[in-house]
Design a protein around this ligand. Structure first.
Ligand code: ADP
Length: 553
């Protein structure tokens, strides 16, 4: 047993060589060495989470050896009970926020997005395919089905039916004929997007990681790296029964006979990293930056749909997996939001994305939580706890802060930002988007791109100074500043008493709040209407910018 500077019992912090890498939080006087942070897991905690935390110098919680409250982070796959949230201590973090199944159950998600559509108009919320919740919406669905059939005449209309809760293929049916369908449980029936962007001739969707570090006030980060999941057989609307051609879940495709084969353009396996996908798009002159911007808007609008409804809970965060399908007009469609997105490591793309994702999530929590942790230490002085950061975590934390384009935002807590140059620099980082989306070009080349048997061009693609989304895609805030709303952000003025979230942690970048107005509208209650107005304004500007670029061309 050992004692920290406050005389608190810090079990397990033996003064051995092992304790050398551990530092105390900065507002403590130098003195005896503290214990490393402790993570708590259960049988469902992904292996990669444990191994990353161990690699960072954390200790694993040991029930037998340690006091029940002697842990700093509890990471598990299932949600926590409300009592666990209520009893969380200032030095502790939970990896789930209460109430988030409102997003992650497909029927709830559909209901909330429908409500937002009704409240704020269809154009903003047109990213979810037309959806019916069965069995309640059965009559509405049948009416729509026959209406469409009438309009399309001899052409088929395509629908997908999915269980409302975690399916992973169970019970997913794609159909164009309503005959023989029975809905004995809660299902959703949705318009099947039958013009997906194909790579080679394979359908894909994007797994975008999003971390909400708080709902009150709402704070959303997007991860700039992610996964692209491919179907392993060629897309073919004449055979709707072939799951390997229509579903992109890796859990399905890795058991297919074509998984190991070298497939046209996509190669072996069924996953790419997001950065590989974006660089592929750039090689076809697609405006990946604009696409990314649209994706971030989908994320914000989706989270906004439930944010006012989730209960307040301190010291927790939620890592979501957004499944987004891009169609051949480069429009992102939201398919699903995953609770505890899969963190198993199946292939090299998983290795390069998921390990760093966990590292960066830990950094993000520190970035958000340092102030709280200090509070925790003070509490610890009274009780029995203290919190320390490993050298690795302290080092990375400092690095993250200094790498921030708008580092000063973080320091609103203590001082007014005097030097505007850093802000200007942040604005400049975002290149003037020389070519907005090329829908026309895409349309004319679309068939080549989507249906071609050709491989991606071997000649050096014309990048025109474009940036790779991995690491280089600019925080949404800067994008907005540079493209649309240069005057609306004035980070030289403290926005409120020190609660400005950090802009970046590893590959996570802040996407909400994205300017002073949305920052204000998310404090002291969430003013959704005002935020929607800002997003709408942004979308309009984006649209006129695109038109402008089109006419210039
Ligand atoms: P889960 O991942 O829980 O099995 P999803 O809703 O993600 O369920 O659907 C599984 C797969 O089905 C997706 O990855 C996607 O490839 C395909 N899919 C789902 N909904 C649609 C849709 N509306 N249009 C086209 N494809 C879809």
């Amino acid at each position: 047993m050992s004692w920290n500077a406050d005389g608190c019992n810090v079990r397990g912090a033996a003064f051995t060589k092992k304790s050398e890498p551990y530092l105390m939080v900065e507002d403590r006087p130098p003195g005896p060495i503290l214990k490393p942070p402790v993570f708590h897991v259960d049988d469902t905690t992904p292996e990669v989470v444990q191994s990353v935390l161990l690699e960072r110098g954390w200790d694993k919680f040991d029930k037998g050896e340690q006091n029940v409250e002697d842990w700093n982070l509890y990471w598990r796959t299932s949600s926590f009970r409300m009592t666990e949230h209520i009893n969380v201590k200032p030095w502790q973090r939970l990896n789930h926020h209460p109430g988030t199944t409102q997003l992650t159950r497909q029927d709830h998600l559909a209901r909330h997005l429908k409500h937002m559509k009704r409240m704020y108009g269809t154009p903003l919320y047109e990213f979810i395919p037309l959806t019916f919740i069965m069995p309640n919406d059965y009559n509405k669905f049948v009416a729509e089905y026959f209406r469409e059939k009438h309009v399309l005449g001899a052409k088929h209309s395509y629908w997908i039916c999915k269980p409302a809760e975690l399916s992973h293929r169970r019970g997913i049916i794609i159909f164009s004929d309503i005959k023989g369908l029975l809905f004995d449980d809660t299902y959703i029936v949705q318009k099947y997007i039958c013009n997906p962007l194909l790579v080679g001739r394979y359908k894909c969707d994007l797994r975008i990681y999003v971390c909400v570090t708080g709902f009150k006030p709402l704070t959303i980060y997007i991860y700039q790296e992610g996964l692209v999941r491919f179907a392993t057989e060629k897309f073919d609307l004449s055979n709707l029964q072939n799951n390997y051609a229509h579903l992109t879940n890796s859990s399905i495709n890795k058991s297919g006979v074509s998984y190991e084969k070298i497939k046209e353009v996509i190669g072996h396996g069924c996953k790419w990293t997001l950065s590989r996908f974006f660089s592929y798009l750039r090689s076809w002159d697609v405006d990946d930056l604009l696409l990314w911007q649209k994706i971030t808007q989908v994320v914000i609008l989706t989270v906004l749909a439930i944010a006012p409804l989730v209960p307040f809970a301190a010291n927790c965060f939620e890592l979501f997996g957004f499944d987004i399908l891009i169609d051949d007009n480069l429009k992102p469609w939201l398919l699903e939001v995953n609770f505890s997105p899969a963190l198993s490591i199946d292939c090299s793309a998983d290795i390069s994305v998921k390990r760093k994702l966990i590292h960066d999530t830990i950094e993000l929590i520190y970035l958000q939580g340092l102030r709280n942790e200090r509070t925790g230490c003070r509490d610890g002085a009274k009780g029995s706890h203290s919190v320390s950061l490993t050298k690795l975590d302290v080092g990375r934390f400092n690095k993250v802060c200094s790498a921030l384009p708008c580092e000063s935002l973080l320091q609103f807590t203590s001082r007014t930002f005097k030097d505007e140059s850093a802000v200007k620099k942040a604005i400049k980082i975002c290149p003037e988007n020389k070519h907005a989306s090329q829908p026309r070009e895409m349309t004319s080349r679309k068939k080549d791109l989507l249906l071609s048997t050709r491989e991606a061009p071997k000649t050096k693609p014309k990048l025109k100074g474009r940036r790779s989304p991995h690491k280089k895609i600019i925080p949404f805030m800067s994008l907005i500043q540079s493209r649309a709303d240069k005057t609306s952000i004035s980070p030289c003025v403290p926005l409120d008493n020190g609660k400005v979230p950090g802009l970046q942690a590893g590959n996570f970048v802040l996407i909400f709040p994205f300017n002073e107005a949305t920052f204000g509208a998310s404090r002291n209650g969430l003013n959704v209407r005002r935020i929607i107005q800002k997003l709408q304004k942004l979308k309009n500007k984006q649209h006129s910018h695109m038109l402008e670029m089109e006419t210039k061309r």
